[in-house]
Design a protein around this ligand. Structure first.
Ligand SMILES: [Zn+2]
Length: 191
C-alpha cells in the first residue's frame, strides 16, 4: 500500500506526500507534508512572537550593554557594513529608504545632538575672515559631482575641526572634495 491517511486533512495520499519519520511504524509522519508545514508555521509564529518579545525585553533591561555591543560590532565590521548598505541602496532603494527613515526616527535624539555639536564645532572653527561665497562654491561643486556621476561626494576638512592634536579651520583653503567612501575612511584622522 503506497497511500496513507492523513490525520489532519483526512485525505489518502501517496507516501511521498509524507515526511520521513523513523519513529513511526511505516517510517513516515501521520500528517501529510502540507499539514505538517501548516503545523510548523503555526508553531513558528507562536514561538517567533515569544522569542522576539524575550529579545526585546532583554535589550530593554540591558540597553547599555547592547549599545556597547552594537558600537563594537560597527567598529569591527565597518567595511562590511558599508558594503552591505551600498548593495542594499542599489538593489532595493525603496526598502533602503524605509529602513533609513526607521533608523533615523529610532535614533532621532542622537542625530539631533550630533548635529547641534557639529554646528557648534563648525561655528567655533570659522574665522571672521572666512570667504563664505568661495566655500558655498565648493559645497555646490561637490553636490554637482554627485549629481553628474551618481557617486556620493562630500566636502571634507583637510585638517579636521575636532582632531585631538590639531584644530582645522572652517574656511575655503581647508576644504577638499572627497568621495563619501574616502571621507568615511579618513574619518577624524589627519596625517
Ligand atoms: Zn494532510
Amino acid at each position: 500500500m503506497n497511500t496513507k491517511h492523513c490525520v489532519e486533512c483526512h485525505e489518502h495520499k501517496q507516501l511521498t506526500e509524507f515526511y520521513k519519520h523513523s519513529g513511526m511504524v511505516d517510517g513516515v509522519y501521520n500528517k501529510c507534508k502540507l499539514c505538517q508545514r501548516g503545523v510548523q508555521r503555526v508553531w513558528y509564529d507562536i514561538n517567533k512572537k515569544t522569542h522576539l518579545s524575550n529579545v526585546a525585553n532583554w535589550k530593554k533591561q540591558h540597553s547599555e550593554t547592547v549599545q556597547v555591543q552594537q558600537q563594537k560590532y560597527r567598529d569591527d565590521n565597518r567595511d562590511h557594513i558599508n558594503e552591505r548598505m551600498r548593495a542594499s541602496r542599489i538593489n532595493n532603494p525603496e526598502l533602503f529608504s524605509i529602513q533609513s527613515k526607521k533608523y533615523y526616527y529610532a535614533n532621532k535624539e542622537v542625530y539631533r545632538q550630533n548635529a547641534v555639536r557639529r554646528r557648534l564645532i563648525v561655528k567655533a572653527a570659522t574665522p571672521k575672515w572666512a570667504d563664505f561665497s568661495k566655500m558655498r562654491q565648493i559645497y555646490k561643486q561637490a553636490h554637482q559631482l554627485t549629481e553628474d556621476t551618481g557617486i556620493a561626494y562630500e566636502v571634507d576638512h583637510i585638517v579636521p575641526l575636532n582632531n585631538l592634536l590639531v584644530c582645522g579651520l572652517h574656511c575655503d583653503t581647508n576644504l577638499q572634495i572627497l568621495t563619501a567612501d574616502a571621507n568615511r575612511h579618513k574619518g577624524n584622522h589627519y596625517s
